[in-house]
Write a protein that binds this ligand. Structure first.
Ligand SMILES: *Cc1c(COP(=O)(O)O)cnc(C)c1O
Length: 397
């Protein structure tokens, strides 16, 4: 594990060189087009080897400026509801697959118009809404999310297949008669996992839903496949997909979020002030609470280029954010040199589940969004935020 961490830091240093970081005004999410493309090529290899189609889960990452690059390789997007479906339709311009735990009646028409596939979460919604959706968009394909009642996800917050889960229809609820409404089935049961875990979930799906699998056109294997991570067993994934296609004669979709943008972005922050104590503290201009929420929710410790575990290097600091939340702490890190105001720090793997979750808590401005590639050597600023963006959330129109 430590060896892996070390290698990924070395790689990050290569992918995000100092002369690029120097161009950035902080705080900033900086996206590498080179890494995006590298990830896409890996995913495209899976598509080419299997004939499966891979969609980007917009909930993990939704930066239209990079969609022309991603849509060169990927088959489309999966959306969690109306806004993501519209964004996908407008800017990705390939397939849009929409899933929502429950659709709002007043949004149904708009969703049906911009989606190629709509996936329902319950039999009730399927039966109630399928005819209306088909009337609005006769081309639309209809899917149903199933719950395999099996998952290898250990963290409860991220496990969609517990007995109390609201996601997906149980095999006891699905009846032969429902198949006439359906083009495909969908499950999502993985989180940052390898193909060996997919194999186990697939066994559960086959055990519980066997009679239906040969009667549908497609099966969507959801997200959580960590395909672009070093050491992921791609050969097994390819074999599993090929076997499924052969056994049941269906098309396969995957809809990863993380795997598309893994390591494809960093968060660049500056030290604002240093508090010298028994345990030194550095206050930085990015917040775990506002800008890196998974650091607190998972929780996990982000990696920082040039930094190490506490006490490994000479100078150790707790890194705290600029909000008034006591727990707004990124982690404790050690550095070769003392930190001082103005020093830039580069937090790795920050493209996923970061800016899509941002808040203006404490009235603190959002980090800007920028991209670059190593051929052009120039950082391109996509978006800066301002007081007007903050204010607009609370003002009457
Ligand atoms: C979150 C989610 C995804 C993407 O998951 P990743 O872990 O980012 O790959 C795909 N499909 C559904 C239904 C999801 O909820």
């Amino acid at each position: 594990m430590l060896e892996l961490a070390k290698n990924s830091l070395l790689k990050a240093k290569e992918d995000y060189p100092e002369f690029i970081i120097q161009q950035v005004k902080t705080p900033c999410y900086l996206i590498s087009e080179d890494v995006l493309e590298r990830n896409c090529k890996t995913l495209d290899w899976v598509q080419k080897k299997t004939g499966a189609k891979i969609l980007l889960a917009l909930k993990a990452y939704s930066l239209p400026a990079t969609f022309p690059l991603l849509s060169k390789y990927l088959a489309g997007v999966c959306a969690s509801g109306l806004f993501e479906a519209k964004l996908g339709r407008e800017y990705f311009q390939k397939e849009v697959h929409t899933f929502s735990p429950a659709y709002k009646e007043e949004e149904l028409e708009a969703i049906a118009r911009v989606s190629d596939v709509i996936i329902f979460n319950t039999i009730e919604q399927l039966v109630k809404f399928q005819p209306r959706v088909k009337k609005i968009n006769p081309q639309i394909q209809i899917g149903l999310r199933i719950n395999p009642e099996y998952s290898e996800v250990e963290v409860e917050l991220y496990n969609p297949c517990t007995p109390k889960s609201r996601f997906g229809v149980l095999s006891s609820e699905l009846k032969e008669e429902h198949l006439s409404f359906l083009d495909g089935l969908h499950f999502h049961a993985l989180c940052e996992q390898d193909s060996i875990h997919l194999e186990k979930v697939l066994n559960a799906v086959k055990e519980k839903f066997y009679p239906y699998l040969s009667k549908i056109k497609w099966l969507n294997l959801g997200g959580g496949h960590h395909i672009t991570r070093a050491g992921y067993n791609i050969d097994l994934l390819i074999r599993l997909i090929k076997d499924l296609k052969q056994e049941f004669h269906l098309d396969i979709y995957l809809e990863p979020g993380e795997a598309v943008v893994l390591n494809a972005g960093v968060a660049v922050t500056s030290v604002l002030e240093v508090i010298t104590r028994e345990q030194n503290i550095a206050i930085v201009d990015i917040s775990a609470e506002n800008h890196l929420p998974d650091v607190l929710a998972m929780p996990y410790r982000p990696q920082i280029i040039g930094a190490d575990l506490p006490q490994r290097k000479k100078y150790t600091y707790i890194l705290g954010g600029p909000t008034c939340l006591a727990g707004d702490i990124i982690g404790t890190y050690s550095f070769d040199n003392p930190l001082k105001p103005g020093d830039k720090l580069v937090l790795t793997d920050m493209a996923l589940y970061t800016f899509v979750k941002n808040t203006f808590f404490n009235g603190i401005n959002l980090p800007s969004l920028a991209t670059f590639n190593l051929k052009e050597k120039q950082v391109k600023l996509i978006r800066e935020f301002s007081y007007a963006d903050y204010k607009s959330k609370f003002m009457e129109k």
